[in-house]
Design a binder for this molecule. Structure first.
Ligand SMILES: Cc1cc2nc3c(=O)[nH]c(=O)nc-3n(C[C@H](O)[C@H](O)[C@H](O)COP(=O)(O)OP(=O)(O)OC[C@H]3O[C@@H](n4cnc5c(N)ncnc54)[C@H](O)[C@@H]3O)c2cc1C
Length: 403
């Protein structure tokens, strides 16, 4: 059994893996290596409450004392190489850390779409992608300066930021290449709901509008049209940080490939969170960018490492996003091939079905149906179209009846 665990990446999942190892009774050495300054922190508030009020109390996952008390060694620095033969990682500063088990929690970075001048503008911080606390601080200062903002990408982070910037009085334009908002993840019904919401807030949302170039005064679209803005946010998705694993000969695809136990092609290496490509609920490979996945993966790996539990990971995915006054919550995994059914008489709840079996539930400002959906999906009992179409269908009542 492992005696020394090294975790690369001190974000949401890396922190959780360290904490959960101790909760599971792991008595060996736990070393958490991360390149960001300060204590491990959570990212969701960066585009939401923290972007609004700048209150750092929301961010730290645990105070400094926690790590000393739990016997978790924090090492600052960039891991440059995994030497699998010797069982150690090498840091940019030359330090080496030996492991019996290695957990890769390297997360993801902002994607760089092929937009002329974008890479240079990002390097000069003229355009910022919102990933770290340092990014958020810079964007808060730019919001405070006022003016016009252009958001490249109409996904969760871009839209959360747009709502905050608009509420702070900026003129905001969102340019989205697809023909609807958040198209990769949500149903057309939810896209429509949030299009109305943002337009209602006064955000200028352009769909089918691909950015072609970043210019000194703003963004030029593929159509040739120019959108003026001194503040430009890049929010066009992320790419998993797989290079470290790939260079060590660990199997990668759109993430570090792991099996149902979250073990990579090397039995001494696990991967979690944004960087892990794992077998999802229907057996297909999935890589999720969510707090739930990072935390639940971390707990699962910690249990295996600490106790030898070899079971497969099976948590129900869930996600949330706060945009203006709307809280979107998603339980389960939606695929574009699913059909969507709105709950009769309740526009806040959208159901996604594969064949006639419920697979995912999207809700807007409706926490009780969201929690009911999570319970139903976790119980693995099918909810069918005929039940949904029956008069008086109510997710909350159904979850209670099935409990
Ligand atoms: C602005 C924003 C808002 C979000 N909002 C939500 C939300 O509302 N709900 C939700 O569920 N999710 C949200 N997410 C996503 C969520 O934060 C991530 O899915 C989660 O943080 C993933 O955890 P992780 O541990 O995999 O990666 P991260 O938390 O990203 O941590 C990875 C860490 O590893 C470090 N690292 C990488 N490579 C190395 C290396 N070689 N050496 C040393 N360190 C390294 C990185 O710098 C980083 O600190 C949001 C993300 C962002 C950026």
């Amino acid at each position: 059994m492992a005696d020394r665990v090294v975790i690369v990446g001190a974000g949401q999942g890396g922190f959780q893996a360290a904490a959960s190892l101790r909760q599971e009774g792991f008595a060996g050495r736990v070393t958490l290596v991360g390149d960001e300054p300060g204590l491990p922190y959570q990212r969701p508030p960066l585009s939401k409450a923290y972007m609004k009020d700048g209150d750092p109390k929301r961010l730290a996952l645990r105070p400094a004392g926690f790590f000393a008390e739990a016997g978790i060694e924090r090492v600052g620095g960039w891991v440059e190489e995994i030497d699998r033969d010797a069982g150690r990682v090498l840091l940019a500063g030359g330090e080496a850390l030996a492991y019996d088990h290695l957990i890769l929690a390297t997360g993801a970075r902002n994607a760089m779409p092929p937009v002329s001048g974008l890479a240079e503008a990002v390097a000069a911080r003229a355009v910022v992608g919102l990933r770290t606390l340092a990014d958020a601080e810079l964007m808060r200062a730019r919001i405070a300066a006022g003016g016009r903002a252009v958001v490249i990408g109409g996904g969760f982070i871009g839209l959360e930021f747009a709502a905050v910037a608009r509420a702070a009085g900026l003129d905001v334009t969102v340019v989205e290449a697809a023909d609807r908002l958040m198209a990769r993840v949500v149903s057309p019904e939810i896209s429509e709901h949030f299009l109305d919401l943002h337009r209602g807030l006064g955000v200028d949302v352009r769909l089918g509008a691909a950015a072609a170039a970043v210019e000194p005064a703003g963004v030029r679209l593929a159509s040739g049209e120019r959108v003026a803005g001194g503040l430009i946010l890049l929010a066009a998705g992320v790419r998993p940080n797989i290079e470290l694993a790939a260079a060590a000969g660990i199997t990668v695809g759109n993430g570090v490939v792991v099996d149902g136990r979250l073990v990579s092609s090397d039995p001494a290496v696990s991967a979690l969170g944004d960087v892990a490509l794992y077998p999802g609920p229907d057996g297909e490979s999935v890589r999720l960018e969510s707090v739930q996945a990072a935390v639940d993966h971390a707990r699962h790996i910690a249990r295996r490492v600490a106790t030898g539990d070899g079971s497969d990971y099976a948590a129900v995915p869930w996600f949330w996003s706060d945009q203006g006054a709307a809280k979107l919550q998603i339980a389960g995994l939606r695929h574009h091939r699913h059909r969507t059914v709105a709950v009769p008489g309740d526009r806040r709840v959208v159901l996604s079905l594969a064949g006639d079996v419920l697979k995912a539930v999207e809700t807007v400002n409706a926490p009780a149906p969201h929690m009911a959906a999570r319970r139903l999906l976790a119980a693995g009992q099918a909810v069918t179209l005929s039940e949904i179409e029956a008069a008086g269908f109510d997710l909350v009542a159904l979850a209670k009846a099935r409990a």
